[in-house]
Each structure stands twice: as structure tokens, then as C-alpha cells.
Write a protein that binds this ligand. Structure first.
Ligand SMILES: [Zn+2]
Length: 338
């Protein structure tokens, strides 16, 4: 008789042990507690048989029941701790938390896009300092002492006596790269530039440029035209007309300005293109032999081309933005659109 009762009690304990393992929340754990430790539990029901046992049997049975009950309580307490800890982590009934992941700034996005297009043409990315010396920003780029760009009214000088300034264009990166490496070279250099301009709808004292440079044997203007044509088509995803018109930059000879048919009005004439149907996009040219001389290249051996474009202007045209200041106001309603 007693063996039978003990066997039933042990089976009940094993059942409890098995069931509790799969419990992952407090509600089910409470149901388990009532079933295995509650007043009406099977174990307590078995206890009603005890008075029918002999004295020795009562003792054996009682101590066995106490042992099993103690073990069930321990199982319950241990599991309760586990469930609570886990629940804090995985409670699926918590209200969802909204994540603000943000997105890339439109200027960063456009830079990435441009870099990507030139990557496909084998151009690597180069970087240079935003605080430059007069030598890298002007002298090495064949810009003479009396050039108006060197004027204090156009350039932010940090230390005029020592000719330390905020770079006015990304072209100094060309010089720094050519000083370090020999041709063949194919780089683009995106970055911030600074000029003493007023902050209005089309000017900002801080803006972004992307510089391009390719140097090798027998590089000609046709290479420049081919690369820029590919770039414009890829960037605007439109068949536009391109016009290269003669221009002047101290560091290129010949120099040209690239205009494209207006991407806003398709060349019909609008306020963006000043009713001309064309937009100036960038400056470019064949690297001046004096620049090669300044970096120690043999200009009889190598030729190259360079170009520089304003990122804000390209972004404005691509996305139809009419005021450059939108990029810097940090208005979330504007930035969220990209
Ligand atoms: Zn237009």
C-alpha cells in the first residue's frame, strides 16, 4: 500500500519537473504552482490516505512527501527567477518601441552617388585637410600672388602671417596626392570648402566640392569629355546636351566650363537656368605644366585632366531644391524627404 502511494507521489513529482521546463511566462507558472503546490494538488490528495497507514508507514510516507514538496518548491522558485529575467528581455506584450533611425543627409547621399559612379570608372577616393597652407591652396596650383582669390576678402585666413587658411576648393588634394604618388593616377576628392560668401539662396560660406584628377601617358581632352559625359548621364539619369566652353583657371590649360541642357525645363528656359536652357555644372581642363613642375612630375612624359564640381549645386538640380540654405537649416521636414 505505502509503496503504491509513494510511487504515485514520485510520478507526480516527475510530471511537475517535466511541465515546468517548458514554462516561459508568469501566468503559466502560476497555473503550475496551483496544480503542483496548491491546496488541492494531487500530493495533498494522496495525504488523505496517510491516516489509513501503520505508524512506520506514516513516518516513511510523511518524510517522502515532505522531501518531494520541498523539491517542488525549489523547482518553482528557481524557475520563477529564470522566467522573470527572461521576461524583461523578451516580453512580447510590451508596447512596441519606435526607433528613429534617421537617414543620410542629402549632401552625403549625393557625394556617395557621385563616388559610386566614378568608382565604376576606376577612380579611387582621396582626402586632404580642410585647413591648408597658402602653398597647397594657391601657389602649387599656379595661382599667382596677385590673384584676387588670394585676397583676404575672399578667403578665410586662420593665420595670415603664416599663410594658414581654410581651403577654398578641393584642388589642394590634387597636389598632395601627386607629391606622394607617381602616375598613373585616377582619383576623386570630395570634401568641404570655405569662402567668404554671404549666406543666401545660392551661396554658403561652407560648401562641398568633388575634385577629379587623372594623370597618365597620353591623356587628352577627349578622355575628359568621355568621362564627364558618362558621369552626367549616370548622375541625372537623363540624356542631356553637353557644351564645353572655353574658360580660365590658373591650374589648367586649356580650361573649360561644362554646361548641360537644363534638367528642370529640358532646355525650354526657366528661372533655374535664367531662361537660357543651359546650366553651368563644373569647371575642368588639362592640368597646367606648372602644376606638374611644382609636384616634380615630368610634363614631357605625363599629361592629365582635372575637374571640380559643387555638390550642393548638383544636389539642387537633381532634387529640384531652390535654396542652398535648406541643406544647412537642419529642418527635419526637409531632411526626411531624402
Ligand atoms: Zn531651365
Amino acid at each position: 500500500m505505502v509503496e503504491e502511494i509513494i510511487k504515485k507521489a514520485e510520478n507526480f513529482f516527475e510530471e511537475g519537473k517535466k511541465e515546468i521546463e517548458n514554462i516561459t511566462d508568469e501566468e503559466l507558472l502560476e497555473k503550475w504552482r496551483i496544480k503542483f503546490l496548491g491546496r488541492k494538488s494531487f500530493l495533498n490528495q494522496l495525504c488523505t490516505d496517510i491516516p489509513n497507514l501503520s505508524k512506520e508507514e506514516k513516518i516513511i510516507c510523511g518524510s517522502k512527501f515532505n522531501e518531494l514538496k520541498k523539491n517542488l518548491i525549489k523547482l518553482y522558485e528557481d524557475h520563477k527567477n529564470k522566467v522573470r529575467k527572461r521576461e524583461i528581455k523578451y516580453n512580447l506584450t510590451f508596447p512596441g518601441r519606435r526607433f528613429f533611425t534617421g537617414n543620410l543627409h542629402p549632401i552625403t547621399k549625393v557625394i556617395d552617388e557621385i563616388v559610386d559612379i566614378f568608382h565604376r570608372l576606376g577612380f579611387g577616393v582621396a582626402e586632404g585637410p580642410e585647413i591648408e597652407t597658402d602653398f597647397y591652396n594657391f601657389t602649387a596650383l599656379n595661382t599667382p600672388e596677385e590673384h584676387p582669390a588670394r585676397d583676404i576678402w575672399d578667403t578665410f585666413y586662420i593665420d595670415k602671417k603664416n599663410n594658414i587658411l581654410l581651403r577654398t576648393h578641393t584642388s589642394p588634394v590634387q597636389v598632395r596626392i601627386m607629391e606622394k604618388y607617381l602616375p598613373p593616377l585616377r582619383i576623386i576628392a570630395p570634401g568641404k570648402c570655405f569662402r567668404r560668401d554671404s549666406f543666401d539662396s545660392s551661396h554658403s560660406p561652407m560648401f562641398h566640392q568633388i575634385e577629379g584628377l587623372m594623370v597618365d601617358k597620353n591623356i587628352k581632352f577627349t578622355h575628359l569629355k568621355g568621362i564627364l559625359t558618362y558621369f552626367i548621364y549616370e548622375f541625372f539619369k537623363k540624356e542631356v546636351k553637353l557644351i564645353f566652353s572655353p574658360s580660365y583657371f590658373p591650374f589648367t590649360e586649356p580650361s573649360a566650363e561644362l554646361s548641360i541642357s537644363c534638367v528642370i525645363c529640358s532646355g525650354k528656359g526657366c528661372s533655374t537656368c535664367g531662361n537660357t536652357g543651359f546650366l553651368e555644372i563644373l569647371g575642368c581642363g588639362i592640368v597646367h605644366p606648372n602644376v606638374f613642375k611644382n609636384v616634380g612630375y615630368e610634363s614631357s612624359e605625363f599629361t592629365g585632366f582635372a575637374f571640380g564640381m559643387g555638390v550642393e549645386r548638383l544636389a539642387m538640380l537633381k532634387y529640384g531644391i531652390d535654396d542652398i540654405r535648406h541643406f544647412f537649416y537642419n529642418d527635419i521636414r526637409f531632411l526626411n524627404q531624402f
